[in-house]
Ligand binder design. Structure first.
Ligand code: ZN
Length: 673
């Protein structure tokens, strides 16, 4: 006990001794965020961010607040300017990007008109459902709804074939739920029961707003959705793509699930003839097939009406939007009040004309210099990864050769697409907000199904340039960094190199490691889902990742609520690997560009501080609960504590000693990539 106390004081003194200099700035690190009362060896997340956390409660219009929000806020100013300028310019040439974006925003902002319209824009759809007279006709409406972006019963999409990455294939998967996850229907704890009661009340209130009879309505919806949920895979199960790769012939699917009338669905959704498809969850479709037989036509129609109401509520007048927010914003995420109109307008524009808005965004907010610098960092981090792969002591040569081959074949994208999608066939009109949503959804649907039979379009991006995020796509073996993430605090051309390596460097390492996490490692260099590991190496890898599963399962956020170590495994592997590789890359960089102590912090310490400050966040308990249940990422706090507590280089940098919370014995530590 005494020894521990001494250690604590020892380290703290080292830092307090330099307090006078803390007035200075290390470019890229927020020194005022640091809580010097916390010992870095006990809780590095709170050491690096404690003061920031205390001074930054979640704003009333948000469910959480983090670095990502701060960058988004900055971008929002730019996006607002673009939208307002485009909306004010009524003379933009018809069909131009500016005309589409401008018309969209004008119609969105006209709440007077939206309120006058009430639910009339969706009345034709509801009438169509009312007029269904037989179960075989149900699919006609489902097809129409799906094209318009209204989900119901199941999902249909066209994407790269996981086992033949040079072609596209049709996928059908589970879907049709109004709550965020199947667990919301199946869990029996008090909080889950309360949420279901709130959902029932919400469905009833919506029925009132739409002027419908409420009798038995919400109970029917709950019964049908619970039935769908019971045969849905959990999020953890869905991480395993091999289990969901169930190839069926078109004819077989039609025979096995005859009540779906799938061939009719394909005709009506304008899908060209195809021979086979992937059924992600066969049990779900067997159940759905039975449900269509067993439920009354009236009940199934009620469910489809709810699908229309629930999707459209956010696109109609104020009363609908408010009720929608009361449930999804407040009850589920704890957000106290709606964002101002213009910010909601940005979200709406991202959802409907996102790539068009992105074209205008990069004209105003993109630095080729940042792109060049980040690209160089990617090269350095890949070089460090290569060295590590060559030196890994647990991997045999045959697997190592394949791993190196995969690393060498990564492709990378920065900023925005080289070639934008052709939106000439998308019309944005002045009639109503929701009609624009429907038109954009139909455009997206036709664009998607038109890919069938064509070669893979490698230019496509899975994120908009204005999105503060990055991703790894296993079927193209590519890492992608939108323009918006190449900004402070993730990347700052003026910042200390140590900080850039700890922030965007760790992000780059994270995306690269996704190619080698528990799922990404099942894809080869060519993007195909296939094993390239020796069975022995796979066993060793699984044993190493099991340590991480157990570690994260032990991170509690409330009484019985803890991080789901299995659901978050891929992200946790990527966090640990990414930081480890970024650190190695920084050490290599330091050899060529030596650095000195600044404000009392060594270059290594600044690297870890830069990393930990990226993940600072505050979050409402309701939102945290939702994140734990649905998000494959661990909460920010554990994205810091998890990786660092496994890294001896971190112990060394901050003098972390045995007995302190951030310290693990060699046995307990996970060391994978
Ligand atoms: Zn990730």
């Amino acid at each position: 006990m005494n020894k521990k106390l001494l250690t604590t004081i020892g380290v703290a003194a080292l830092l307090i001794g330099t307090a006078a200099m803390l007035e200075d700035k290390i470019k890229g690190i927020d020194l005022t965020a640091i809580d010097k009362n916390v010992n870095p060896g006990e809780d590095f997340y709170r050491y690096a961010n404690g003061n920031w956390i205390a001074n930054n409660p979640v704003p009333s219009t948000e469910s959480r607040w983090s670095s990502f929000n701060i960058v988004s806020e900055r971008n929002n100013e730019t996006l607002r300017q673009i939208l307002e300028e485009a909306a004010a310019d009524v003379k933009s040439p018809a069909g131009s990007t500016k005309q589409k974006v401008g018309a969209f925003y004008r119609v969105y902002m006209d709440t007077l008109k939206r309120d006058q319209q009430g639910s009339t824009p969706v009345k034709p759809l509801l009438d169509k459902i009312n007029s269904i007279s037989s179960k075989s006709d149900l699919i006609k409406v489902v097809a129409d709804l799906h094209k318009k972006g209204i989900r119901g019963f199941f999902n249909f999409y066209v994407s790269q074939d996981l086992k033949n990455s040079t072609s596209y294939i049709v996928y059908v998967s589970q879907g049709g739920l109004g709550l965020p996850d199947r667990d919301y229907y199946t869990k029996t704890d008090k909080k889950s029961e309360e949420t279901r009661i709130a959902y029932l009340a919400h469905v009833t209130k919506m029925a009132e707003l739409f002027g419908m009879s409420t009798e038995g309505f919400s109970a029917t919806i709950m019964k049908i959705e619970t039935d769908l949920a019971n045969k849905s895979m959990t999020r953890t199960e869905r991480r395993n793509q091999e289990k969901q790769y169930n190839k069926r012939s078109f004819n077989q699917f039609n025979t096995d699930y005859a009540n779906l009338n799938f061939s009719n669905y394909c005709k009506l959704t304008e899908v060209a003839k195809f021979d086979s498809l992937i059924v992600s969850q066969p049990d779900f479709f067997s159940n759905l097939n039975n449900m269509i037989a067993n439920y009354s036509l009236e009940d199934l129609k009620a469910y489809l009406k709810w699908s229309v109401m629930n999707t459209s509520a956010g696109y109609l007048g104020t009363a609908f939007e408010k009720q929608n927010f009361a449930f999804y914003g407040t009850a589920l995420s704890g957000t106290k009040e709606q964002k101002p109109m213009w910010k909601r307008g940005i979200n709406a524009a991202n959802g409907i004309v996102g790539e068009l808005l992105g074209q205008l965004f990069v004209e105003k907010s993109f630095s080729p210099e940042s792109k060049k610098r980040v690209n160089e960092m990617v090269d350095n981090i890949m070089a460090a990864f290569k060295v590590r792969l060559t030196q890994l002591d647990w991997m045999s040569e045959p697997t190592r050769i394949k791993a190196l081959e995969k690393l060498a074949s990564f492709t990378k994208k920065f900023g925005y697409p080289d070639k934008w999608t052709d939106f000439s066939k998308l019309e944005i009109k002045e009639d109503s907000y929701i009609q624009n949503y429907f038109r954009a959804a139909e455009f997206g649907h036709r664009d998607m199904v038109s890919k069938l039979g064509k070669p893979i379009d490698k230019n496509r991006w899975g994120m908009f340039p204005q999105t503060v995020n990055a991703y790894y796509n296993p079927t193209l073996n590519e890492i992608v960094f939108p323009a918006a993430i190449m900004q402070p605090p993730f990347f700052d051309a003026q910042a200390d190199d140590a900080v850039n390596y700890g922030s965007i460097g760790a992000v780059i390492g994270h995306e690269l490691t996704h190619g080698f996490d528990d799922q990404g490692s099942k894809y080869g260099a060519d993007g195909n889902l296939k094993s390239w590991w020796t069975p022995e190496d796979r066993k060793l890898f699984d044993a190493k990742t099991k340590k991480l599963v157990d570690q994260y399962n032990a991170f509690f956020v409330a009484d019985s609520l803890h991080v789901n170590g299995e659901l978050t495994l891929g992200e946790n592997i990527a966090d640990l690997g990414g930081l480890t590789i970024a650190y190695e890359a920084y050490k290599m960089h330091l050899i060529k560009h030596p650095s000195i102590i600044e404000n009392g912090y060594t270059p290594e310490q600044r690297f870890f501080l830069g990393f930990a400050q990226v993940w600072k966040n505050t979050v409402r308990p309701e939102a945290l609960r939702q994140l734990i249940l649905t998000d494959p990422h661990s909460p920010g706090e554990f994205r810091v504590l998890g990786p660092l507590s496994n890294m001896p280089s971190f112990y060394e940098a901050f003098g972390v000693q045995k007995g302190q919370k951030m310290h693990k014995s060699e046995e307990e530590r996970a060391n994978i990539w």
